[in-house]
Design a protein around this ligand. Structure first.
Ligand SMILES: [Fe+2]
Length: 255
């Protein structure tokens, strides 16, 4: 099933209000900034913040897949210490370990469908252990060439998770300064992008750290460029096919 999100291009987290996030097993209130929600599946992407001293007992699983990319602070989860730009993936049904954050922590979380917690001492029946990514430090993950042959040169990818069966693809992507994509483009997958460093300028404006966009399948966007380089977190859902059409005369403007 291809999961889609609404067309959001683009928003910045500074313009989104915090709302309370009730979490079963938590020792104090937590909060979130919602980024997108799939009206069909209930899947959500949000920035989540746990306050200093936050603890949460284990003994629960969720019926949705959850990708987590840490942005700041530190947290211990199941024996792993997560910090800035580390990543984990909890497939549906995974029994969650207890968590503790001395410093407080902020992360991007994306659920493939409506988050639904079940208290349990065992994993859910849908759990596939081989899908889990327990800990990945993206700072020390090797760069690879991008998988999209049409993607303009000057970019590279740190694969966090490729799941051809579930049609989910998660990565950190880097763009060199002066990278240009003089094309309109559309995809057979949905894409979500969260800017971590640098900037990228599209027809909608310049996305800086904290900016987020969501393109549903077949949404036409571009052209775009990055004057100073860019690092972003990207999550794709659906079959990988792209259509690029050249835009004559598109170039980086002289400032
Ligand atoms: Fe795109």
């Amino acid at each position: 099933m291809t999961l889609t999100r609404p067309d959001i291009d683009f928003i910045h987290i500074k313009d989104i209000s915090w709302i309370e996030l009730p979490l079963p097993g938590g020792n104090m209130p937590t909060r979130m900034k919602p980024l997108s929600r799939d009206s069909e599946t209930g899947g959500v992407t949000a920035i989540v913040e746990y306050p200093p001293g936050f603890e949460r007992s284990g003994g629960a699983y969720n019926t949705a897949d959850e990708d987590i990319f840490y942005l700041s602070g530190e947290i211990t989860v199941g024996g792993h210490q997560f910090g800035k730009y580390s990543y984990t993936f909890h497939p549906e049904g995974e029994l969650r370990a207890p968590v503790r954050s001395e410093s407080g922590v902020t992360f991007l979380a994306s659920f493939s469908s409506k988050p639904d917690w079940h208290l349990s001492d065992t994993p859910g029946p849908q759990y596939e252990a081989a899908r889990a990514v327990h800990y990945l430090d993206s700072l020390n993950t090797k760069w690879q060439n991008t998988r999209l042959v049409e993607f303009p040169a000057g970019s590279a990818r740190k694969a966090l998770r490729d799941d051809p069966k579930a049609l989910q693809w998660v990565a950190v992507t880097g763009l060199l300064p002066q990278w240009v994509s003089p094309f309109t483009e559309w995809h057979t997958f949905s894409e979500e992008i969260f800017v971590l460093e640098g900037s990228i300028t599209t027809t909608e404006g310049t996305m800086e750290p904290g900016a987020y966009l969501s393109h549903p399948p077949e949404d036409v966007h571009g052209p775009m460029h990055s004057t100073d380089g860019c690092l972003f977190f990207v999550l794709l859902r659906g079959p990988i096919n792209n259509t690029y059409d050249p835009v004559d005369g598109y170039r980086i403007p002289i400032e």
